[in-house]
Design a protein around this ligand. Structure first.
Ligand code: FAD
Ligand code: THG
Length: 821
């Protein structure tokens, strides 16, 4: 009898094979991998993937997945034939913007532990002699990048997994998923049911169809992408033997949306330079007759799309003039709304998991992460950007998935500013203040489908009134995109008068019922059994003590709590953990309600004009909440402030929101009220030292490292993660989220830059902004705990080293005089 769960993996591509390997090596031997296609070449994307592995990515998680793929595949072979050929990776720049961006990218590589170098044109040509030196301005060279032979790695991984007990069944299509009592019990095939305790779908671009078998919406879009092999390139003849196959670095020419790899004496060319081509699964070649030249994941080559690509390729690589395109196809793989993979368990059917929209590049890393989730309950690498539940309801609509995924195809190699918003679809979610914001000239950026004012052009006139010490230095043209000196004026008014912030997009969950207190106590670190009206800042940890989220929990009734959350993952966490007996109801109330953050030293003067309720310090203390009326509008007022000023978050229903805005707006005119946006908000919160979950800390960090030990209750250890953090404290940490100020007073970094200590990379920036109150740029960064206050460090920014100093935090109002007054 089996002692480990029976696992069925749907899909024997590079993801399914990696997962089978990672599960069996962890002792889960009862693993069956089924594929509709024949084995080992199933006809999925992995069957023809050219396998370029460029590790460097803006995301730490994705880079670490790729690093692991390289490390793992390097150690695999099939009868002596390689699975990974470490030829190195080269991304060339043919425009000054790209060259600049390669320095930013080198910074990411350094931050995430990948060695990389920006090299000049001669070195590019030395590394890849086919390149025309006159065409390139430089390149990013990553010596550990290379070629993964996905189809061969699948064989090696399958052999290893089979040796540990796994079974691989080809030509077996899954046509249904069996379930009972909200749990998966098996998968149905034409030959019968395969029983399972856990099903993991690694069906690649078929993911949507398999998810639908359990009613799970899988937000991915299959798109075709052109790939062609040239005939013999005379300059490549004799370079490689059959076994080595390639020796030139894999090459990206991103200014033309192209990439190249060598194979023998030919070159493979991949192109994103064409229109997005969404694929209807019904149009695919049959999966029961798979050949090298005909697979469901290969569509006919559209030559007309390739013509300009061929021209551009000959410009960069003149040797191609003496050959021609031999064979091409339009290959199919998955795109998602934000470009990230999709990992997680169905919210409705326990034991049904997916791991999709994963490149070969990240496949081993994802396989390991999913195996860790299943066997150990958590992944050592932060997965919040990969979790299938990260999307909001509106983002799951097929229309949204289709449009945004196609946009990601178009932009895949573009130089993107970290704040650059999508241009469409927009206006999906607006707060009740939207009309007022528009008439104040709000400049909106988008997040989670929400339109969020970044600053208001109506405040432009205030910039002239700024006192000298508040006048911000000019930003660099590219890095300073999506910023404005108006944010300084809005920050100034917040610190000296009063401002309205639209906090509507802040996720709100109502947790109610007799089991609500118990659930929240078990899931979070804070003491919550306090009086009605209490508000608690608290942390949700995972079993290993990593921070899953930071939340505010307001007790609005004996059995009624409002949770201020960071996103949909918090909803998912609470919903999953809620007892099955119905004693807790978790509702997302974000859309039907709204919130104004009313903050600044004049906030109380403003509110008192509009209410007979007691908003004095005694009447509503710091971190207390109560029901009240403001200008006749019923509100829940919560005394806290992410910007670190006196004031309240004022919640009301969506229908009364605009009225609330209007009464505050008119009553505040002579007090200097302004509407203020996210740009000012982010600057003020960094000055106050408030962490943003997801960028400043994740499940990879414990509360003490993140400087949040104060949010852990000391008595009563009964919350998730309490055992793991028992004995830890501020003194035991080896690394710390640290506050840096930039010495030159004007260089504002963007985030994710490496930080150097004694000339060596020692950490990375998590969040950054200009601190308008202190008149200096701020950067939060992970650094060794030995780097105490006063330590001099350097931030590498576009290849320059910027001196900065570890500073005591918070930078503004450490005595809490402003906020508690
Ligand atoms: P697949 O390999 O598609 O495996 C999914 C499997 O699920 C298939 O075998 C399918 O038959 C099976 N399946 C589906 N539905 C069912 C069902 N109902 N029952 C049973 N079985 C089912 N990535 C890189 O990292 N680097 C590159 O250079 C690169 N280049 C690419 C070039 C092209 C032209 C294309 C198309 C893709 C490229 N990719 C590249 C992407 C990469 O190929 C894929 O992301 C990756 O192979 C996906 O692996 P997978 O295991 O998830 O999917
Ligand atoms: N408002 C509400 N909920 C939220 C946020 C918010 N939930 C998600 C996110 N933002 C949580 N982040 C913070 C961070 C800091 C604080 C509140 C929410 C905060 N900290 C005080 C401090 O560190 O001094 C709390 C101290 C204490 O525990 O007394 O205020 O913006 N509703």
């Amino acid at each position: 009898m089996s002692t480990t769960p029976r696992v069925v993996i749907i899909g024997a591509g590079i993801v399914g094979a990696n997962l089978a390997d990672e599960l069996t090596v962890r002792g889960w031997h009862d693993v069956t991998v089924v594929d509709q296609g024949p084995l080992p070449l199933t006809g999925g994307s992995s069957s023809h993937a050219p396998g370029l592995v460029f590790q460097t990515n803006a995301s730490k998680t994705m880079t670490e997945f790729a690093r692991y793929t390289v490390e793992k595949l390097r150690g695999l072979d099939v009868d002596g034939a390689w699975c990974f050929n470490q030829v190195g990776g080269l991304e060339v720049a043919t425009t000054p913007e790209r060259l600049t961006d390669l320095y930013r990218k080198r910074g990411w590589a350094t931050s995430w532990g990948v060695q990389a170098e920006v090299v000049g044109p001669e070195e590019c040509v030395r590394l890849h002699p086919l390149i025309d030196a006159d065409r390139v301005l430089g390149g990013l060279h990553v010596p550990t990048d290379g070629l993964a032979k996905a189809s061969r790695a699948v064989v090696a991984l399958a052999r290893r997994a089979q040796a540990r007990g796994a079974r691989f069944l080809g030509s077996t299509r899954v046509i249904g998923v069996e379930q009972a009592g909200g749990r998966v019990t098996g998968v149905r095939t034409p030959e019968g049911v395969l029983p399972a305790d856990v099903v993991v779908t690694c069906a690649g671009f078929w993911g949507r169809a398999v998810g639908a078998m359990v009613g799970m919406e899988v937000p991915l879009l299959p798109l075709a992408h052109q790939f062609a092999w040239t005939g013999q390139v005379p300059d490549l003849v004799g370079r490689n033997d059959e076994l080595t196959e390639a020796s030139l670095p894999i090459l990206r020419h991103q200014d033309q949306d192209l990439y190249y790899r060598e194979r023998g004496d030919t070159l493979g060319i991949g192109s994103y330079a064409h229109r997005p081509m969404p694929v209807d699964l019904r149009d695919l070649a049959p999966d029961d007759d798979v050949r090298e030249s005909s697979m469901p994941s290969m569509l006919p080559f559209t030559e007309e799309d390739f013509a300009p690509v061929w021209e551009q390729s000959q410009l960069l690589l003149p040797s191609l003039r003496s050959t021609k395109v031999d064979i091409g196809f339009n290959g199919v793989f998955s795109f998602t709304p934000d470009g990230g993979p999709l990992i997680g368990e169905s919210a409705d059917v326990r034991g049904f998991w997916i791991a999709e929209a994963v490149w070969v590049t990240h496949s081993a890393g994802v396989g390991r992460a999913v195996a860790q989730l299943l066997v150990e309950g958590r992944s050592e690498i932060d997965l919040h950007g990969c979790d299938v539940h990260r999307f909001e309801e509106v983002q799951l609509a097929p229309e949204y998935v289709s449009e945004t995924s196609q946009q990601n195809f178009v932009e895949i190699y573009d130089v993107l500013h970290p704040l650059q918003p999508r241009t469409s679809p927009r206006g999906l979610r607006v707060s009740p203040f939207h009309a007022r914001q528009e008439s104040l000239g709000a400049v909106f950026l988008e997040a989670g489908g929400w339109e969020r004012p970044h600053w208001y052009e109506a405040n432009a006139g205030l910039v002239e009134q700024l006192p000298a010490e508040w006048t911000p230095p000019a930003r660099e043209p590219w890095a300073g995109r999506f910023s404005s000196p108006i944010a300084a004026a809005e920050a100034w008014r917040t610190r000296t008068a009063v401002a309205l912030y639209d906090m509507t997009p802040l996720k709100r969950l109502e947790v109610s019922g007799p089991g609500a207190l118990g659930l929240l106590q078990r899931l979070t670190t804070g003491r919550l059994d306090k009086s009605v009206g209490s508000v608690t800042y608290t942390l949700a940890l995972d079993e290993a003590g990593g921070i899953r989220s930071d939340l505010t929990v307001a007790r609005l009734g004996e059995h009624l709590f409002q949770v201020g959350a960071n996103g949909n993952l918090d909803h998912d966490l609470l919903r999953r953990a809620a007892p099955a007996d119905g004693s807790v109801v978790v509702r997302d109330t974000t859309g039907g309600t709204c919130c104004i953050g009313l903050w600044g030293p004049r906030a109380r003067d403003l509110v008192q004009r509009l209410t007979s309720d007691d908003f004095s310090n005694e009447g509503l203390k710091y971190f207390r909440a109560k029901r009240a009326r403001i200008g006749g509008v019923p509100v829940t007022a919560m005394r806290l402030s992410y910007v670190g000023e006196l004031g309240w978050e004022l919640y009301t229903d969506a229908d009364t929101g605009q009225r609330l805005w209007d009464v505050l707006w008119s009553a505040g005119q002579d007090l200097g009220v302004v509407a203020a946006g996210r740009a000012a908000f982010n600057s003020l919160r960094l000055e106050k030292g408030y962490r943003a979950w997801g960028s400043d800390m994740t499940t990879e960090h414990d509360p003490y490292e993140a400087g949040l030990g104060f949010a852990v209750r000391t008595q009563d250890q009964g919350h998730v993660g309490s055992e793991a953090i028992a004995g830890l404290g501020a003194d035991t940490v080896t690394r710390r989220l640290s506050c840096l100020t930039v010495d030159d007073g004007h260089s504002v970094v963007l985030g994710s830059e490496p930080v150097f200590l004694d000339g060596r990379p020692a950490g990375y920036v998590t969040s950054a902004a200009f601190g308008h109150t202190i008149g200096r740029p701020i950067a939060y960064a992970w650094l060794p705990a030995s780097a105490g206050v006063g330590t001099a460090v350097e931030i590498e920014y576009f290849g320059r080293r910027i001196p900065a100093t570890v500073s005591a935090e918070p930078l503004v109002d450490p005595e809490m005089a402003r906020i508690r007054g």
